[in-house]
Design a protein around this ligand. Structure first.
Ligand SMILES: NC(=O)c1ccc[n+]([C@@H]2O[C@H](COP(=O)([O-])OP(=O)(O)OC[C@H]3O[C@@H](n4cnc5c(N)ncnc54)[C@H](OP(=O)(O)O)[C@@H]3O)[C@@H](O)[C@H]2O)c1
Length: 252
C-alpha cells in the first residue's frame, strides 16, 4: 500500500464543495477525495466526524499528560484538513485544560471552523488560546452556570448523569448554521457523541509509537459480550506517517 497524497486540484475541489459550490470532481478512485467528500459536501443535514490521533496501543497521552506530538506530520495535516472542511470543531473542557489547543487551520489552505467548547461548569480560563480572536468561538454551558462568559454562549439543560445531550448540542449548532461538525476530543467528549448515536464517521489515526500506558483515545461504557461491540464499516487509508481507519456508522 502506498501513501495517499493530496493534490492541489483535489483539495481545491473539496474546498469548493465545502463552500457549497459546484466542484470539478476527480475520478472516484482518488482515496483522499473518497475520504473527505462526505464531510465536504453540504447535503442540507448534519454530518459528524469524530477523530482521534493515537498510538499503536491506543493512547493519546502519557500518564504525565504529555500529548504532543503523537500524530506524525501527515496525521496532523489530516486533522487540519478535517478542521478546514467542518463548520465547527467541538472539544471538551478536559482537552482545553490538558492541551490548550488553538483549534485553527494552519497546516493546509482553508478556513478555520467555529470553535465549540463544551464547558458545562465554566472552567475554561479566559486566557485559553481557543478563546483568542483568530476564529469565532462558542462556549456550551449547563443551564444555571453563571460564570462570566468571554464569547457567544449556548446554555443546555443537564440530562442523564448531569451530561449535556449531544443531540441537543447538534440541534443548537444547526440553529447557528453549523451543520458539519468535527468532534476532536478528548475521550469523554467522543464517548458522549458515539453513545448518543450521532457520529457518522470515526477517524482513528494511528501513529507508529507505543506508549504503554496513559490516557486512552477511546473509552466507552463496558459491554459483556463482543456481540455488543460497535462494528462500523471500516477502510484504511495510508496517510504516510500515520495509518487511518475510516469507520462509518449508520445513524439510528
Ligand atoms: N489525540 C487526540 O486526538 C486528542 C484530541 C483531544 C484531546 N486529547 C487528549 O484527551 C485528554 C482529555 O480528554 P478527556 O476525556 O479527559 O476530556 P474531554 O473529553 O476533552 O473533556 C471532558 C470534559 O468536558 C466536558 N464535557 C464534554 N462533553 C460533555 C457532555 N456531553 N456533557 C457534559 N460535559 C461534557 C466535561 O467538563 P467538566 O469536567 O467541567 O464537567 C467533561 O469532564 C487529554 O489528555 C488530551 O491530550 C487527545
Amino acid at each position: 500500500m502506498s501513501a495517499a497524497r493530496m493534490s492541489v486540484s483535489v483539495w481545491n475541489a473539496l474546498l469548493a464543495l465545502r463552500n457549497g459550490q459546484p466542484a470539478d470532481e476527480p475520478p472516484g478512485n482518488d482515496p483522499l477525495w473518497t475520504l473527505y467528500e462526505p464531510l465536504a459536501r453540504r447535503r442540507g443535514g448534519s454530518f459528524v466526524v469524530a477523530q482521534v490521533g493515537q498510538s499503536l496501543d491506543g493512547r493519546v497521552a502519557t500518564v504525565e499528560g504529555d500529548a504532543a506530538p503523537i500524530s506524525g506530520p501527515d496525521g496532523f495535516r489530516h486533522l487540519h484538513r478535517l478542521r478546514a472542511l467542518a463548520d465547527a470543531v467541538v472539544v471538551g473542557a478536559g482537552c482545553v485544560a490538558a492541551d490548550d489547543p488553538r483549534l485553527t487551520v494552519r497546516e493546509v489552505d482553508g478556513p478555520s471552523p467555529v470553535r465549540v467548547l463544551i464547558d458545562p461548569n465554566g472552567r475554561v480560563p479566559a486566557e485559553a488560546r481557543c478563546l483568542s480572536g483568530e476564529a469565532r468561538t462558542i462556549l456550551v454551558r449547563a443551564e444555571g452556570c453563571d460564570a462570566p462568559s468571554p464569547c457567544e454562549t449556548i446554555h443546555l439543560p443537564r440530562g442523564e448523569g448531569g451530561r449535556l445531550c449531544p443531540r441537543s448540542l447538534l440541534a443548537a449548532l444547526a440553529g447557528h448554521g453549523l451543520h458539519h461538525v468535527l468532534v476532536e476530543g478528548g475521550a469523554a467528549t467522543i464517548r458522549h457523541f458515539l453513545e448518543a448515536g450521532v457520529v457518522d464517521r470515526l477517524h482513528v489515526s494511528i501513529a507508529p509509537i507505543i506508549i504503554g500506558s496513559g490516557a486512552p483515545g477511546l473509552s466507552l461504557s463496558p459491554v459483556a459480550h463482543l456481540s455488543q461491540a460497535l462494528r462500523p464499516r471500516c477502510r484504511t487509508v495510508d496517510l504516510g506517517s500515520d495509518m487511518l481507519f475510516d469507520c462509518a456508522f449508520d445513524r439510528p
